[in-house]
Structure formats: structure tokens, C-alpha cells
Design a protein around this ligand. Structure first.
Ligand SMILES: [Zn+2]
Length: 111
């Protein structure tokens, strides 16, 4: 297991966008109605280590930077990733602090 932060998600969005759209021409139109060239230029103006999630979602969309607890479905800044590294097979679970605390309370007295 490992920690995933909002900053990790922002950094990953830059990598995923480049990787997922590597075959797209700058003149191709994206899901946002922008050209991929315009999106690349806009992303290049941002620093993945300093920009906000909103900065990125304005260019891509919310799902690229959302960090949602798999238990309560709340948007979070930090999650504990349990299971295998993310892949196409869904063999992991991401949990927020509140849900982990609730789980710990459920386990108390049972061990
Ligand atoms: Zn939760």
C-alpha cells in the first residue's frame, strides 16, 4: 500500500495526457473542443509541481485530477492506496482518513 496525494494526481495527469494522446496531431480536436495543440501549449504553461488541480481541470477536465475515496466517494487530498498498482484490472482500493479511522474502530476489540 502507498499514499496518493492530490499533487501525485496532478503530476500523473500531465504524464497520462502525453501518453494517452501521443498519436494525436496538434490540429486534432479533443473532447474539450480545443485542439490538442492548444491543450499542449496550455499545459506547458503550468508547473506540475505548483499548479492547482483547477488549473489542470480547466484544460483537461475534472476526472484527470479527481482523487475520490472508494468507500465514501468523497473528493480528497490524500488517500491510502491498498492493493496492486493501478492497472486495467481493478485490484485496488483507495481510502480516505475518515474511512480508515472508521475501519480501525470496527476492528478494535475483534483482534
Ligand atoms: Zn472515505
Amino acid at each position: 500500500m502507498n499514499i496518493i496525494t492530490k499533487r501525485d494526481k496532478i503530476r500523473q495527469a500531465f504524464k497520462d495526457f502525453d501518453h494517452d494522446n501521443r498519436d494525436k496531431k496538434d490540429s486534432d480536436t479533443s473532447w474539450k473542443g480545443w485542439t490538442f495543440g492548444d491543450m499542449r501549449v496550455a499545459l506547458a504553461r503550468l508547473d506540475p509541481d505548483k499548479c492547482s488541480a483547477e488549473d489542470v481541470s480547466n484544460i483537461l477536465n475534472e476526472s484527470w485530477v479527481s482523487l475520490i475515496c472508494d468507500e465514501c466517494n468523497k473528493e480528497c487530498n490524500v488517500l491510502l492506496h491498498i492493493g496492486q498498482p493501478e492497472d486495467y484490472d481493478n485490484r485496488w482500493w483507495d481510502m480516505c482518513h475518515d474511512c480508515l479511522s472508521s475501519g480501525m474502530k470496527m476492528m478494535e476489540g475483534e483482534a
